[in-house]
Ligand binder design. Structure first.
Ligand SMILES: Nc1ncnc2c1ncn2[C@@H]1O[C@H](COP(=O)(O)OP(=O)(O)O)[C@@H](O)[C@H]1O
Ligand SMILES: O=P(O)(O)OC[C@H](O)CO
Length: 459
């Protein structure tokens, strides 16, 4: 009203799909190079598994192979107004309106909202859809399509775990849902075929791995659940990467959360195998907070330095950090929330902020665990962990203290990759191994015991 102009800065997270492809391709070539240096015959490579960032949305032209827009990453919040528009058409403006079918609340997080935004805002996409040239996919779909030939009969598919994060997939019928597509006004013609997480999708057409089948595909958090061998209902893990994702295997029936968790497909290890479901607590900002301290505040120069600063004070002395950079995910689902550092005094220095940042990751995970306990009615007795942030022993000890249960870290923390490899090797027609409980790998573990007692238990 005063006539002044305001600039609104929002968190945009995008990537060039071709760069993603090139990076994956380079990584495959370098890995092959190393194997050759070690005199390992590439012919021994039987299959490839893909573990990918979920929800990230890509749309491309199948006749040229060119992306029609940048990939919109899962934590990008440009779609906030799209969400608001969609909520307006829901009776009672209930953001859980689609929960029975999708297991998810309406949020900027999921692919359908990002795709709607692209259709509304990117010139040329609607025409490409109308002319039958546009294909949609999450990162797995894009990679499989490109690696299996692209314009020359590339396979356009995804797996059930990735499909279950789009909001267009019915997690009960395990099919794309016409009503959901109608709600988001997304044409079904752009959607990939949905397959299990462990079957041969196609063969690589180029490079050193030409002719090797791609036979495993899971969203990264789901493949970490597999890599942590959580095959029985009740088993769970928390992955500390860019965000934090606590998944609990709930068995063969989807359980709808009453405490802000997501219901998602956990995995399906073969066409004829049953689908397992999981309850999931997702926190948008985990390791990204450490990167923010490094790149934006510049109070650390490497991620691992945070431990040293945090350990030097052993407490934040009343300083708290809420890293709601992309809104708050589980259990709040509030896209409009933003970050805050509070409780700052004259005495506060970077060490206290470093400690508060680590605590923030742990407190967010505590909220997920509390919601999980409420939903399941069973108190979790230990927490299995993995992901890049678990390199920090200070963080792991803090997590055990804040949860009041032991935190258990496997010797191999790249469980997302392991899960995809397990799926690929177990696929029908590959048969390098099977996933029978007796045949699963056994890891060494490091256990962090709680060293403080909750106030109620102090004698
Ligand atoms: N020693 C450490 N202490 C704290 N955070 C760390 C440490 N090492 C890595 N990280 C964080 O872990 C994240 C990377 O973990 P990773 O599992 O590779 O994530 P993603 O799969 O999401 O890329 C980065 O955000 C980084 O800040
Ligand atoms: O590897 P991350 O932490 O970016 O994981 C991304 C998740 O799949 C988002 O749902």
């Amino acid at each position: 009203p005063s006539g002044r102009k305001f600039m609104i800065c929002i968190e945009l997270h995008r990537e060039d799909p071709k760069e993603i492809l090139q990076t994956v391709f380079d990584c495959m070539e370098k890995a092959c190079e190393k194997l050759k240096q070690q005199k390992i015959n590439l012919g021994l490579l039987k299959a490839i598994g893909i573990s990918n960032q979920r929800e990230t949305t890509i749309i491309w032209d199948k006749t040229t192979g060119e992306p029609l827009y940048n990939a919109i990453l899962w934590l990008d919040v440009r779609t906030q107004s799209t969400v608001e528009q969609l909520i307006k058409k829901i009776p009672g403006k209930n953001k859980n309106y689609l929960q029975e079918k999708t297991g998810l609340p309406l949020s900027t997080y999921f692919s359908a909202v990002k795709l709607r935004w692209i259709l509304d805002n990117v010139p040329g996409v609607k025409v490409a859809v109308k002319e039958g040239r546009a294909l949609f996919g999450t990162v797995d779909t894009w990679l499989i399509w490109c690696l299996t030939g692209g314009q020359n009969n590339g396979v356009h598919c995804t797996d059930v775990t990735n499909a279950s994060r789009t909001m267009l997939f019915n997690i009960n019928t395990l099919e794309w849902d016409p009503e959901l597509c109608e709600f988001f006004e997304v044409p079904m013609s752009v959607l990939p075929e949905v397959k299990s997480s462990s079957e041969i999708y196609g063969k690589v057409k180029l490079g050193s791995l030409a002719d090797v089948p791609i036979s495993g595909c899971l969203g990264d958090q789901n493949s970490a659940l597999v890599g942590q061998m959580c095959f029985s209902p009740g088993q769970s893990k928390n992955t500390y990467g860019t965000g934090c994702f606590l998944l609990c295997n709930t068995g063969k029936k989807p359980i709808i959360s009453k405490h802000g968790l997501l219901t998602t497909v956990a995995y399906q290890m073969g066409k004829k195998e049953p689908v397992f479901y999981a309850l999931e607590g997702s926190v948008a900002i985990g390791g990204l907070l450490i990167r923010w301290l490094r790149d934006n505040l510049r109070i650390i120069s490497t991620a691992s330095e945070i431990e040293k600063f945090a350990a030097s004070v052993g407490s934040s002395y009343g300083c708290y950090f809420v890293p709601a950079f992309s809104g708050l995910y589980a259990p709040y689902w509030d896209a409009s929330a933003r970050g805050i550092i509070c409780g700052i005094t004259q005495f506060t220095n970077r060490n206290h902020i470093a400690f508060a940042a680590l605590e923030a990751v742990c407190f967010q995970s505590r909220e997920l665990l509390d919601a999980m306990n409420e939903d399941s009615g069973i108190k979790m007795s230990t927490l299995k962990v993995d992901g890049g942030m678990t390199n920090s022993n200070v963080l792991m000890q803090l997590q055990a203290d804040i949860l009041s249960i032991p935190v258990v870290k496997p010797s191999l923390i790249e469980t997302s990759s392991l899960g995809a490899a397990m799926a690929a090797g177990a696929a029908e027609g590959i048969g390098v191994w099977n996933l029978h409980p007796d045949n699963l790998a056994v890891f060494r573990w490091q256990q962090f015991e709680p060293q403080i007692q909750p106030i109620g238990q102090i004698q």
